[in-house]
Design a protein around this ligand. Structure first.
Ligand SMILES: N[C@@H](CCC(=O)N[C@@H](CS)C(=O)NCC(=O)O)C(=O)O
Length: 208
């Protein structure tokens, strides 16, 4: 089995960096310089026509979209490592649900808010009404996450899975970047703190 990981630090690819490290999967890393535009070069576009990282090539087959990559890694390596529930277990369905919810619903709303407020996006794109609506949505979703984590250390129960690592990697960076205080959500706060302490997550957060 050969895995090539096209990666750029401090990007969506960080979540896959964490998973590969946690799963201890041998792989080759190719750094993609997003500022230099490496992702728009023909060789890269042949692997991922979107011109984005993460991109992972498994035995010659390119994959993109971090959620799809997380599921593939979970199925191939995660069960044995205890980071992805076994097929047929109810926890497998929960992990899929919360992994996709985290990316589509919560991360979607968070990025919508950031697009309308943050310095990462041009000021002329900012819209106050859109920002207000997105913030309400983020807060509602954080409350949903908080109640999911009530009496449960991780999203699927007692064990940390790739779904936790994926969502925590986004929130660990995204909440402070969006200047959203989540300390009122005590369960989210505790869960995030525990995951941020994991060596693979810590390393990805500071990598340059
Ligand atoms: N939905 C994609 C998003 C990937 C994405 O937006 N990647 C950004 C980095 S955070 C990128 O490569 N941007 C380069 C560009 O758009 O030129 C995923 O989850 O994999």
């Amino acid at each position: 089995m050969s895995i090539t990981f096209y990666y750029s630090p401090q990007s969506s690819a960080g979540r896959i960096r964490v998973s590969l490290a946690e799963l201890d999967v041998p792989h080759e890393i190719i750094r993609v310089d997003l500022r230099a535009g490496d992702q728009k070069k023909p060789d890269f576009l042949a692997l991922n026509p979107n011109g984005k990282v993460p991109t992972l090539v498994i035995d010659g087959t390119p994959m993109f979209e971090s959620v799809a990559i997380q599921i593939a890694l979970g199925e191939r390596y995660g069960v044995q490592k205890g980071l992805w529930p076994a097929p047929g277990a109810p926890e497998r369905l929960m992990a899929l649900t919360w992994l996709v919810w985290g990316q589509v619903s919560l991360t979607g709303a968070l990025f919508h808010y950031m697009a309308n407020t943050s310095e990462y996006f041009p000021k002329e794109m900012h819209n106050e009404k859109q920002a207000e609506q997105a913030l309400t949505e983020v807060r509602d979703l954080l409350r949903i996450l908080d109640s999911r984590l009530d009496g449960r250390p991780y999203l699927t129960g007692e064990r940390c899975t790739l779904a936790d690592l994926d969502l925590a990697s986004v929130l660990g960076w995204g909440l402070p970047a969006a200047k959203i205080d989540s300390s009122e959500q005590k369960n989210v706060h505790g869960w995030l703190g525990r995951i941020m302490e994991r060596p693979a997550v810590k390393a990805a957060m500071v990598e340059t």
